[in-house]
Design a binder for this molecule. Structure first.
Ligand SMILES: [Zn+2]
Length: 338
């Protein structure tokens, strides 16, 4: 059983099939209780592309590029037999072969389009445990993402569009490791800073999804305030109610609506750096979207103009002046407990 799962550095999906082969030992999955992987997934030929991996060398002295299968954190080249570690992209940065081609088949890791921190990639982090939550992804109605992007079915074309969209977003973003000035404007222009935190109850049921920006963490290690937030002093909080299940989460259709709204709303309010979406919380029958604005009225008007504003139910504003972003840092940001 592979214990170490590896995800594509562009698209966030696993680059191996064996995440869910039932094992005999218990597996530690980060913040979740130890348990065996839940559920299995029947793979078809349309899923074969997920196992065809390319690694681009980032460290060490091996060949520049490997192509083959990934198992337990190692990519073995199918021609040379060379094995390179893809754990944390230490020696090789792992991609699906299809994703690597979508990037223009770069030979150097520095020319590849890695997805770390971009918003679209954070949507997939909802499913990143130690091992990828494939059954949950399918249960959420997103099984089409697993289909071969070179296929011809409507869902396969959707899978292709998702990858092309990720390549474009990763190309717009600054290269990974670029130093970003501690200001909202620089953060917006960087195109990176997103992550997703999922909470679970004692029975290991998913109870909440919080997507948030990591970058505005305003404190230097010395405790002093270093991030310039001053221009974005108005919190525009938009709240949508939905009918939750027994643990307060939405059905797959409603989750899809909420995430679609989130994408459109982010694009609308961030156009021209008028405002910045910093977090989305989906839990307890409510979706809350936290936006800090230079111009509250203009931001509200942009949200009001969205076709998805009132789906599945009419949304409402709960705005307040918050020049130090206290509500985000003290009530919303999952890192506040650290
Ligand atoms: Zn990929």
């Amino acid at each position: 059983m592979a214990v170490i799962g590896t995800n594509c550095a562009l698209c966030g999906l696993p680059v191996q099939h064996d995440h869910l082969v039932p094992g005999t030992s218990w597996i530690y999955r980060g913040s979740r209780p130890s348990h065996e992987p839940g559920g299995t997934l029947s793979f078809t030929p349309e899923h074969a592309w997920l196992e065809d991996a390319v690694g681009l060398r980032r460290g060490g002295n091996g060949p520049g590029r490997l192509r083959g299968r990934v198992e337990d954190g190692y990519l073995s080249d199918r021609d040379s037999g060379h094995r390179g570690s893809v754990v944390d992209s230490e020696e090789y940065v792992p991609f699906h072969e299809a994703c690597w081609r979508a990037m223009g088949a770069p030979e150097l890791a520095s020319d590849a389009a890695a997805g770390d921190g971009i918003f679209q990639n954070a949507l997939l982090e909802t499913y990143h445990g130690q091992l990828f939550e494939l059954p949950q992804l399918v249960a959420d109605g997103k099984g089409w993402m697993l289909l071969d992007p070179d296929g011809s079915s409507p869902d396969a074309r959707r899978s292709r569009e998702r990858i092309d969209d990720l390549v474009a977003a990763a190309r717009r973003a600054v290269p990974i490791g670029t130093r970003v000035a501690p200001s909202v404007e620089a953060m917006l222009r960087s195109g990176r800073s997103w992550t997703t935190s999922v909470s679970f109850d004692d029975e290991d049921r998913r109870t909440g999804i919080v997507r948030f920006r990591q970058m505005p963490w305003p404190f230097a290690p010395t405790g002093e305030w270093v991030f310039d937030l001053r221009a974005y002093a108005s919190l525009v909080c938009f709240i949508k109610d939905y009918d939750g299940d027994e643990v307060g989460l939405p059905s797959p259709d409603v989750l899809d609506l909420l995430e679609r709204f989130e994408r459109r709303m982010k694009d609308a309010v961030e156009e021209g750096e008028v405002a910045v979406l910093v977090a989305t919380c989906i839990r307890r029958g409510q979706a809350e979207y936290y936006v800090y604005a230079r111009d509250e009225q203009a931001t509200v008007a942009r949200i009001d103009a969205l076709a998805e504003r009132d789906a599945p139910k009419p949304g409402d504003f709960d705005n307040s002046p918050d020049p130090e972003w206290r509500i985000f840092f003290e009530d919303v940001d999952p890192r506040r407990h650290r």
